[in-house]
Design a protein around this ligand. Structure first.
Ligand code: SF4
Length: 379
């Protein structure tokens, strides 16, 4: 059944969760989060924005240390805007989805240059900034400015589809879910309501085994009454991208360096650091991999492959390692990085896996709690 039109309206008339019940629950059970204003405090738009960007596709637990380091290094938007992109990427390394870090930096610059360092308040102005889509703009508008906006992320989708037992599959159901979520949003305390929905999804209405007995909306929840809450939201099967393969070349110089290069600014893992690799293609021919090695050396193919899954395709890299004499010059477009600087370099997680497979300690790596899920199912 597609929950739309009159069916949707009838269902809403029959089952109407009240914002006041959720807000009362929030007042008692709200989570304490580093970026969240305490009761009675005014929210800081910079902190709200920073946390919202970091939390996309990532969990609260994973974001915590990154958020603390960012805030320590860039306590204000002016300081973030004045920083170099490489410094921002280095602090971001390990959080994944690196376009977010580039947009974060571009957004800070735009706010300083176009808005004198003050966050705009309207959804239209916010969505005009780099990296701010409808969700983030609505979250900032609601949480930082108490504007009448309804941020709908994966948690909210889950809660809403269960409340109304939406049978329509995601992603087609998104407009209907948005409509339902907006219908729940009160006129006042919109920021608290948005955060209450996020907290409910993160702590009570969880993907598996939701704690419906503790839910302030259980009397109004259609899925709870039916006893099949876990089966929501319905999701269309996701077509998997075609497997791509390639080779990565780890060159260790005997005086304590590893050969690296920087990826182009735009595109996948843009501006991040990597070891030289072949192209990544479905047609990759492993027998010819060594022809593309960055320099002549005695190459050793390491056992196994490094696997990584990007949003739109899985990847397998065969890793080759070579040792070269001290002082060996780096080929054009590459540079030798001291091994002591590997941990702080802007290597994406894929490259940290490659380095680890070649016996180089690449920490810090993925923080614990990183969500394997796609989409905004964080918190
Ligand atoms: S009753 Fe259960 S399924 Fe329904 S909204 Fe609450 S936690 Fe989610």
């Amino acid at each position: 059944m597609t929950l739309s039109g009159t069916a949707l309206v009838r269902k809403r008339e029959r089952v109407q969760p009240r914002a006041v019940d959720l807000l009362a629950w929030y007042d008692r059970h709200r989570r304490t989060l580093p970026w969240r204003a305490k009761p009675g405090e005014a929210p800081d738009p910079y902190r709200v924005w920073l946390s919202e960007i970091m939390l996309q596709q990532t969990t609260v637990r994973a974001v915590g240390p990154y958020y603390a380091r960012f805030l320590e290094r860039f306590p204000s938007i002016e300081q973030l805007a004045a920083a170099g992109l490489r410094d921002v990427l280095k602090l971001w390394a390990g959080l994944g989805y690196y376009a977010r870090a580039r947009n974060l930096h571009a957004c800070a610059k735009a706010i300083v240059e176009q808005h004198r360092g003050t966050f705009p308040r309207t959804i239209a102005e916010l969505t005009a900034l780099p990296g701010l889509g409808p969700y983030t703009a609505a979250a900032i508008a609601a949480i930082a400015f108490d504007a009448h906006a309804t941020p709908v992320d994966g948690n909210v989708e889950r809660v809403v589809t269960r409340l109304f037992a939406c049978e329509e599959e995601l992603p087609a159901a998104k407009p209907a879910i948005r409509q339902l979520a907006e219908g729940l949003t009160p006129e006042a305390r919109t920021g608290d309501f948005a955060q209450a929905l996020m907290d409910l999804g993160a702590t009570i209405c969880t993907p598996k085994k939701p704690a419906c007995a503790l839910c302030p909306w259980n009397a109004a929840c259609a899925a709870f009454r039916r006893g099949d809450a876990e089966s929501f939201p319905r999701k269309a099967a996701k077509p998997e991208g075609e497997l791509r393969r390639g080779a990565a070349f780890v060159v260790v110089r005997a005086d304590g360096y590893v050969l690296t290069r920087v990826r182009p600014d735009n595109g996948l893992l843009g501006a991040m650091t990597e070891v030289p690799t072949t192209a990544w293609t479905p047609e990759f021919d492993g027998r010819r991999a060594r022809d593309e090695a960055p320099l002549p050396a005695t190459w050793r193919r390491l056992p196994g492959v490094v696997r990584h899954t990007f949003t739109h395709f899985p990847l397998e890299l065969t890793v080759y390692r070579a040792e070269v004499p001290p002082g060996t010059a780096a080929p054009e477009g590459t540079r030798f990085l001291p091994l002591s600087e590997v941990a702080g370099e802007a290597f994406p997680n894929l490259m940290r896996k490659v380095l680890a497979s070649a016996g180089i300690d690449p920490r810090p790596t993925d923080p614990p709690g990183r969500s394997p899920q796609r989409g905004r199912t964080h918190r």
